[in-house]
Design a protein. Structure first.
Length: 317
């Protein structure tokens, strides 16, 4: 075989290998897909801006495999509250049967080791982001119920297991991740849209009275890096901390924090904190790709605990 024939033969071999590789890649694309797998973790910190994974536990502390009363695709959006020396965590459970979110419950005596209990709230429409809070000896939950074209308030009839619909706070068709807090003798409520690039603000004198949109609303418009709520709004005396998802380049990338420095029924001003991002992708493990939610609680001076979520990409055959 001369050099010219050898060169042609080598080219044919390379071409066949490239063609075979292309066919293999196309075949794998048909049978393998990437699934975003969300799970829940616990972080600790010394301020509402600095959180790390504790060394004495292994995150995530809850995954879809812990859900025992229905097939779950993933779990996310955790909120927790303490009552009688027990922590109660509520979170979205994506029901694999219905492809809609239900609200699940887990409990802990120390905030670090958790046990899944059961689904506590189910509706014909999707539920997520179960923002739980206490007011005047009653427990309330304000989950995202965007598919119902409204913001619906639930009240615990028998905490933590039994919840009943209490009132529609707003009849709006595009209200995502409603985040409620009380400040200066009024109730305040942030919401975003399904596009994550707008932040609206409402206020009311009483929890179940009429709600009004703030004259400065939308507070943010056309910026998906700072608009979408990313967990509980923290009120520390006169300080208000708003957490936000950074969804600019991809959904659920990281969490940032803003301090609201002026809030009245006519004014609004905030500033970004220097510690940002508060949460971000670890690059490996359960939160390799990103994190998008935090619910922080101060348990002592200079001591905080938070439930968070994170996600990774999982190959499904």
């Amino acid at each position: 075989m001369n050099k010219h024939q050898e060169k042609n033969s080598s080219f044919k071999v390379v071409s066949r290998l490239a063609h075979s590789k292309s066919k293999l890649i196309n075949f794998l694309k048909r049978i393998v897909r990437r699934r975003c797998e969300w799970a829940i973790g616990i972080y600790i910190g010394d301020s509402p801006y600095k959180f790390v994974s504790p060394r004495n536990i292994r995150n995530p502390i809850l995954t879809a495999r812990d859900v025992t009363d229905l097939p779950a695709s993933f779990i996310a959006d955790p909120f927790m509250i303490s009552k009688d020396n027990t922590w109660y965590m509520f979170f979205e459970v994506m029901n694999a049967r219905t492809n809609k979110g239900d609200i699940g419950l887990a409990t802990s005596t120390d905030g670090l080791k958790w046990n899944y209990r059961q689904i506590v709230l189910h509706e014909p429409f999707h539920l997520s982001y179960p923002y739980v809070f206490q007011w005047k000896n009653n427990y309330y939950m304000l989950p995202e119920s965007c598919q119902s074209n409204s913001i619906r308030l639930y009240k615990a009839l028998n905490f933590p297991m039994q919840w009943v619909f209490a009132k529609t706070l707003l009849d709006e068709s595009d209200c995502v991740d409603p985040s409620i807090f009380r400040f200066s003798n009024k109730w305040w409520l942030f919401t975003t849209s399904i596009t994550s690039n707008i932040l609206r603000l409402y206020y009311a004198d009483e929890l179940t009275s009429s709600w009004f949109e703030h004259p400065k609303s939308p507070i943010i418009q056309g910026n998906s890096s700072i608009a979408r709520p990313g967990g509980r709004v923290v009120v520390l005396n006169d300080r208000i901390i708003r957490y936000t998802q950074d969804d600019e380049s991809s959904y659920g990338k990281q969490v940032r924090a803003f301090e609201i420095i002026d809030l009245t029924t006519t004014t609004y001003k905030e500033k970004e904190v220097k510690e940002n991002p508060i949460l971000k992708a670890s690059g490996y493990g359960w939160n390799a790709v990103g994190m998008h939610h935090i619910d922080p609680h101060q348990i002592d001076e200079g001591k905080w605990i938070a439930c968070v979520d994170g996600h990774r990409l999982h190959l499904v055959f």
